[in-house]
Design a protein around this ligand. Structure first.
Ligand SMILES: [Zn+2]
Ligand SMILES: [Zn+2]
Length: 583
């Protein structure tokens, strides 16, 4: 007899003991009675016991049924999940619930299989003839019961005789892909094609998402060029809402400085052991290539690599680099996946089908058995902090904890490290590596311009914009405030419109003619009179993106202006339209 420690997906700080006649591998799911229900739980531990060893004061219940034949959680994850529960003071059941793919704690689809013994039992007439419906691939249990009318009770009886086996079914859903179009062979393009606009366009852009190119050029032309073998399609796993083509070199060589840093990190981590490392490299310094080389070293010694990336809409250079070099060997775990895609990727990781796991914050719980390295890219990014779920956590901090528990190196990378990480690096708690040069581009010249008297677009900025426009180039203007004016004041009594919930000033949105709280979304839908003095003259103070757009359109009336913020570009379709213009 076995005493089984089971975690249930409930907001409780404890796990529960059940009895089982057979040994159950930790990490499999079991169906157990709880109060008057049946619940799905996760086996955490299984100990052999005798009747005498059991406490007489507890009325132990029996496990109803094991659901899996192999574990959904590898052994190295149990300690980590316990640690998370204790550190973040979160019930263990909830930690399991957020760590595992959604749907794991609901009853899975099950398949029924016939054993050799079962086949004999049919021949000998012990097992009903209907069981011969079950071929080698098995049969969906629910449909089998529907079709044959045989009760679950009988089926369980036959199962105990080992005539049949019941297994949980896992979805085999592939992560959706994004198709890009590119020139097939640059050198072999014949004269007749090379004058085409689409060819010169692709020469410059290299790879362009199919959906964007289809908006730009006639479908017929694309189709015939694909058929003629001038163009070809490439597919990448869809990692972000918007995939951009980024120029990935087929070959590359590390610069002397990159090489020096790579060697430094390699020497530090190649013998294993917990090593926290901060790789501080300015944008364009080639951090991604160093990651790539380090990953190769870890793969060589049989380790798997977990790469955490922030939650953003666009693909990063590093992601495209990894997808280009390791495509088949990558699993993705991010919030854009459907539950079945997520579970499917989870199983690929468990079954050792992949070497590299790329994912956003919750991927820190990925079921990797031989984890050899964790990389946290853009470690300063606020999206690593999970604040909405019942279990709140910081994935960067958890990466360090998991690294410590598994005794492996952890690389935090950033062009703008968090103060916390930089402080620990300076204190010597982390190993610090700095990449301060851009091998193929110079750092931009940064100039602080004071405009007196104040003008939203200073004379100097206006001149610089003109210069670029005359060269036929685009100009980006950044402002960290959306809306038209972040402050609205009554000109007569100086009343300031503010949010009744948050107490902060409301932002005026001109397009909507409304006042909006950017914290709680409180809204006053039309701005008419001052509630304090009944005056109707108001002052719009400071500037948001809407105001900048208005101003720029006034100064450059003939130039096309696109505003990209949450108000103007709030759907994927709109973002695509904008990107199409930029491409
Ligand atoms: Zn007033
Ligand atoms: Zn508010």
């Amino acid at each position: 007899m076995y005493l089984v420690d089971v975690v249930l997906p409930l907001p409780l700080y404890q796990s529960f003991f059940y009895l089982s006649k057979e040994f159950l591998i930790p990490g499999i799911r079991v169906l157990v009675p709880f109060r008057n229900h049946l619940l799905i739980g996760m086996v955490k531990d299984c100990l052999k016991v005798t009747e005498e060893e059991l406490s007489t004061e507890i009325d132990y219940k029996w496990i109803e049924e094991p659901l899996d034949t192999s574990p959904l959680i590898p052994p190295n994850l149990f300690n980590f999940l316990d640690w998370v529960s204790q550190y973040y003071i979160t019930p263990i059941g909830l930690v399991y619930k957020i760590a595992l793919p959604p749907g794991v704690f609901s009853l899975p689809k099950r398949r029924i299989y016939l054993t050799e013994k079962g086949k004999k039992a049919i021949e000998e007439g012990y097992l009903p003839e209907e069981f011969s419906f079950i071929k080698r691939k098995g049969y969906n249990l629910k449909y089998f019961i529907k079709k044959t009318g045989i009760s679950l009770k009988d089926i369980n009886r036959f199962k105990k005789k080992e005539w049949i086996v019941i297994k949980a079914e896992f979805p085999k859903t592939k992560v959706p892909t994004e198709t890009f179009i590119r020139l097939k062979d640059l050198a072999k393009i014949e004269e007749e094609f090379s004058k085409k606009e689409i060819i010169s366009y692709l020469r410059e852009k290299i790879e362009v998402p199919e959906k964007i190119i289809k908006r730009k050029f006639p479908l017929k032309e694309i189709k015939s060029l694909l058929e003629a073998g001038v163009l070809e399609k490439v597919e990448y796993p869809r990692i972000r809402k918007i995939m951009l083509s980024l120029e990935i070199p087929k070959k590359y060589e590390l610069t002397p400085l990159q090489k020096e840093i790579f060697e430094g990190i390699k020497n530090l981590i190649i013998h294993g052991g917990f090593k926290p490392i901060l790789l501080y490299g300015v944008t364009g310094s080639g951090k991604s290539f160093i990651y790539l080389e380090i990953i190769r070293e870890i793969l060589k010694i049989g380790g798997k690599v977990l790469v955490l990336v922030p939650e953003i809409a666009l693909t990063t250079y590093m992601e495209m680099l990894l997808l280009n070099y390791f495509k088949e060997k990558i699993a993705l775990l991010h919030s854009g996946l459907s539950p079945s895609e997520r579970l499917s990727e989870w199983m690929r990781i468990l079954n050792d089908e992949v070497d590299i796991i790329i994912g956003t914050r919750s991927a820190i719980f990925a079921p990797i058995k031989k984890l050899g390295l964790i990389i946290v890219d853009e470690e300063h990014d606020p999206s690593y902090k999970e604040e909405t779920l019942a279990c709140k956590y910081h994935a960067r901090d958890l990466a360090l904890i998991r690294g410590k528990l598994e005794n492996i190196p952890v690389i935090l990378g950033s062009a703008t490290p968090s103060i916390k990480s930089f402080y620990f690096a300076k204190k010597g708690k982390y190993h610090l590596f700095m990449l301060k040069e851009r091998p193929f581009a110079s750092l931009p010249e940064i100039k602080f311009v004071e405009s007196k008297p104040f003008k939203l677009i200073s004379e100097e900025l206006k001149k610089e914009i003109e210069k670029m426009l005359n060269k036929g180039k685009s100009v980006f203007l950044y402002l960290n405030r959306r809306g038209y004016a972040p402050l609205v004041e009554c000109e007569e009594c100086h009343y300031i419109w503010s949010c009744p919930n948050c107490g902060i000033p409301l932002t005026y949105h001109k397009e909507e003619n409304s006042l909006l709280c950017h914290y709680c979304n409180f809204e006053i839908s039309s701005l008419t009179v001052c509630p304090q003095c009944r005056g109707f003259k108001m002052k719009f103070k400071k500037a948001g993106t809407e105001k900048i757009e208005e101003e720029i359109k006034k100064i450059f009336p003939k130039v096309e202006v696109i505003r990209i913020d949450r108000d103007a570009v709030n759907t994927e379709k709109k973002l695509l339209q904008v990107l199409e213009k930029l491409y």
